[in-house]
Ligand binder design. Structure first.
Ligand code: PEP
Ligand code: MN
Length: 333
């Protein structure tokens, strides 16, 4: 349920109402906009007397939220959420460009790719240290050593680092990581999501391999309801009957998610397509569709990459793409 207050309500009156709502067992999420305040009520609102609240002179209107996602619902929080990662802002018109290899392989590789993508305008560095691979015989990542190397690359370039966490037990290793990624295979690992909700860290939450938008939003709800509002959504393609592409990039998810939620929405055209030459056109399309940023795999030597070489751009290809993305941003601004 949401309660929209009239403009310029006295703080004391607002506080009295919040205290009363809490006293009847409801959680209250306060969203203070430029003109109006919206109170999002969480919990069993079925017995709340809507007309009683509506009759208060400080209340403009009361609406029941029928969607199962509450905290991440745009009705609860009409303005875009802007997430800060160091100096980088994501959402609310701030575009972010995350680039880097699928997996961290060695110091030279990650530091050189980090320098190159930074020079091209990327503002965050990605690199997997824990890799969810379909085959147990494939490279699984460097684990703690991978995170150590990412921190070296951050030290050298100043780029915040984004890396995937697969397991709750690994959390202590991620203490000094800037953005924790939840990959498509873990989007519904609810224990992991709840735990990440207690960290307060920015979380990049990918859409599940065959996940609906509602399922993605419910996964985000797990994190936010556990106390962490810093969630960035990421469309990364879904499993359909696509035969020539790794997945199907659902770009209509971008404007739909913007309607449904206040959280920023990124697009990862690398995992969505699986083919390096298809990545630039889809990255441009995602930008035009209103994405709040892109996550793109870049490798210094794609044929020899230990993971996802065929979908990785070379640094010079990324450089060219980054220029085109900037041009599109100017056109749609
Ligand atoms: C990744 O970003 O490295 C990754 C494994 O992505 P996804 O979870 O989308 O497959
Ligand atoms: Mn990858």
């Amino acid at each position: 349920m949401i309660v929209v207050l009239k403009p310029h309500v006295e703080q004391e009156r607002e506080n009295q109402l919040i205290e009363w709502l809490k006293s009847i067992g409801l959680g209250v999420h306060v969203s203070t906009g430029e003109y109006q305040t919206v109170l999002g009520l969480i919990g069993d609102t079925s017995r709340v007397d809507t007309s009683l609240i509506e009759s208060l002179d400080i209340v403009e209107n009361v609406t029941r939220v029928t969607e199962p996602f509450k905290c991440v619902n745009r009705k609860f929080h009409p303005e875009d959420t802007v997430i800060s990662v160091g100096d980088v802002k994501i959402g609310g018109g701030n575009f972010c460009m995350i680039a880097g290899p699928c997996s961290v392989e060695n110091e030279d590789q990650i530091v050189n790719v980090a320098k190159a993508v930074k020079a091209s305008g990327a503002n965050m560095l990605r690199g997997g240290a824990f890799k969810p691979r379909t085959s147990p015989y494939d490279f699984q990542g460097l684990h703690a050593e991978g995170i150590r190397l990412l921190k070296i690359a951050r030290e050298v370039t100043g780029l915040p680092i984004v890396t995937e966490i697969m397991n709750v037990e690994d959390l202590p290793l991620f203490e000094d990581v800037d953005v924790l990624q939840v990959g498509a295979r873990n989007t519904q690992n609810f224990d992991l999501l709840k735990e990440l909700g207690h960290t307060g860290k920015p979380i990049l939450l990918k859409r599940g391999i065959a996940g609906t938008l509602k399922e993605l939003l419910m996964s985000a709800e797990y994190i936010v309801a556990s106390g962490n509002e810093n969630v960035i959504l990421c469309e990364r393609g879904i499993r359909t009957y696509s035969d020539y592409l790794r997945n199907t990039l659902d770009l209509s998810a971008v404007p739909m998610l913007h309607e449904l939620t206040h959280l920023p929405v990124l697009v990862d055209p690398s995992h969505a397509t699986g083919i390096a030459r298809i990545v630039p056109p889809m990255a441009m399309a995602a930008t035009a569709a209103g994405a709040d940023g892109l996550m793109i795999e870049v490798h210094n030597d794609p044929p020899r990459a230990l993971c996802d070489g065929p979908q990785s751009l070379r640094p010079e290809e990324f450089d060219k793409l980054a220029g085109k993305v900037r041009a599109i941003r100017e056109v749609i601004a």
